[in-house]
Every structure is written in C-alpha cells, then in structure tokens.
Design a protein around this ligand. Structure first.
Ligand code: IPD
Ligand code: CA
Ligand code: CA
Length: 294
C-alpha cells in the first residue's frame, strides 16, 4: 500500500507486480530499467553518435536495452524483441527490422531510453518505453518516467492507468485553447523542415507548444490529458508503440499525418484527445508538412 509521509508526499511502494501476465512483466522490467537509468544520470561515460552529431547514444542506452532483453526472454524465451539499440541507425534499417519483427506472433518493441539527449544533458524528461504486439496488434504498452516515478500502463481493451488511476484524454475542443506537443527527430534534412513547417502553421492557432524531447512521454501526456495533442514526422516504431496504446485506451485518437489508422510502421504520427485530431491533420496537410510526398 502507498502511504502519505509527514510532508504529504506519497511514498510509493517499489513496483513488484505479482503474476506472470505480459503486463506484469512489462511493468517490472520498465521499473527496473528506469531505476537503473535514473541512477546513472549525470554519470555518462561513453557518449557516441549514430546517424548525425544530434543522434546520441550512451553506454546506458545499450546496457539498459541488454537488461530489458534478458529479463523479457527469461519469461518468454520464444518471443521476438525489436529494440532501438539492436537495429542499425536510420529509417531503412528500422523498416527492415520491423518487417522481420512482424513475422513473429509475439513482438516486444523497446526503447530503453526515450529522450537520450535530455538524459545526457540532465534535463529530467526521459523514460523507458515497452510495448507488446500480438499478431500485429498492440496488446500492452508501458511507459515509465523514473524522474517523476510515473508508470503509465495500457492494456488493449482494458483501459490505461497511471498508478492504478485511469488516465483520460482531455475534453478540449478548441484549437485556440489547446496545448500541443511535438518533436524534432535528429534527421535535419527530411524531418526537421517538415516539423518546422508544421510548427509554423500550427503555433499561431493554438495556446502553446511543447517540444520536450521524448515522443513516448508526450504520448503518455496526451493519454493523461496533460496536453491535448501531439504530432511528429519521422518517428521509429519504438518511439511511439507503447504511447499509442496509452492514448487509444485513454479515449484518444491516433492516426498518421494523413488521417489513416495507426499501424506499428507509422512514422508520421498525430495523436490527440480525438476532438482536435482533424484540426492537426488538416493543418499539417495545409502546411504540406505531413512527411508524405504526393
Ligand atoms: C527521440 C525522442 C525525441 C523525438 C525523436 C526520437 P531517442 O528518441 O523521442 O523526442 O523527437 O523523434 O528519436 O533518440 O531519445 O530515443
Ligand atoms: Ca526514441
Ligand atoms: Ca532511445
């Protein structure tokens, strides 16, 4: 049981979820990984880059992914795992790895640290993202923010929760009163101009924009009603799989930037409370910022 200490702060019990269900495993693994990541903040020893100088990776990303793989495979040795650090950098390699992953009945999609740039700079906005896809459909999504100790959990058809409390998207209907999140992938030739064009068009029409540097946490925040919508062109499956299920199970909507239903291969994503989805999709189309060429 959680208890309230004299400062009125809730002292949370460590996450030990009993049972052998997929969700319990995802929660336990995310909790362990998150604790480890948090303990290494400010102590990165090997800072490397992937596709560009902006595309960072550390020994913590790699080590945590190894740990997550080991733990998942201990429970489910015959399941497949698609983890960011196990794939060559770049969109084409991600596409090929996902095509291979789709062959498996049970596919775990893992981002060991979503928000590596933040992690490296000590900007406290990063998370662990773990999704389970069963026969091509999202079944479980877990996002753990170790800094705030927030565990977001979604199960297909069973709703979404943060520490046992159901998450719900916002009720906002007006773009002008909406707080919207978006992001910039490291790719500066294709994704950056697209996202800049979208930003230029959308920002003047809304209350405010947040580009916090973690796609997964932005999606969790849409699910929790903390922002009303989110879009980004140029994502990879591990950035958004868990977050998409959180948004859907919290009553929201997720499509690609053309308004087509989400699929685990979707790279250009719009997620919202549902009420401002058309506004976002239409705005990106008007700005020619969908990431799709005609
Ligand atoms: C990145 C973050 C960032 C988003 C990028 C992602 P990483 O993931 O989610 O917010 O804008 O598209 O690549 O590299 O920190 O795992
Ligand atoms: Ca990521
Ligand atoms: Ca990552």
């Amino acid at each position: 049981m959680n208890s309230v200490n004299p400062d009125n702060r809730i002292e949370r019990e460590p996450y030990v979820v009993s049972g052998k269900g997929y969700t319990a495993v995802a929660i336990n693994v995310a909790a362990k990984a998150g604790e480890w990541i948090k303990s290494r903040q400010g102590q990165v020893k090997q800072l490397g880059s992937k596709t560009s100088a902006q595309d960072l990776v550390t020994e913590v990303d790699k080590g945590v992914e190894q740990m997550i793989r080991r733990l998942i495979l201990t429970h489910y040795p015959d399941h497949a795992i698609l983890g960011e650090e196990g794939v060559e950098p770049g969109a084409e390699a991600a596409k090929a790895a996902l095509a291979e992953g789709r062959q498996h009945e049970f596919l775990w999609i893992v981002d060991p640290i979503d928000g590596t740039t933040n992690f490296v700079h000590g900007f406290p906005f990063y998370c662990v993202s773990i999704a389970l896809v069963v026969k091509g459909e999202l079944a479980v999504g877990v996002i753990y923010d170790p800094v705030r100790d927030e565990m977001f959990v979604a199960e297909k058809g069973k709703g979404a929760y943060m520490h046992g409390i159901p998450t719900k998207v916002s009720a906002e209907t007006e773009p002008g009163s909406s707080l919207i999140a978006m992001g910039f992938p490291p790719d500066r030739t294709f994704a950056q101009p697209m996202n800049m064009a979208g930003l230029q068009h959308i920002l003047p029409q809304i209350r405010g924009i947040r580009a916090g540097g973690s796609a997964a946490l932005h999606l969790a925040y849409v699910a929790a009603g903390r922002v009303d919508g989110y879009w980004e062109v140029g994502l990879s499956p591990w950035d958004c799989a868990a977050g998409v299920l959180l948004v859907l199970e919290s009553g929201g909507k997720v499509t690609d930037t053309l308004g087509n239903p989400y699929d685990i291969g979707t790279r250009h994503l719009v997620a919202s409370n549902g009420k401002i989805q058309d506004f976002l999709v239409n705005s990106l189309q008007a700005a020619e910022a969908t990431g799709f060429t005609r």
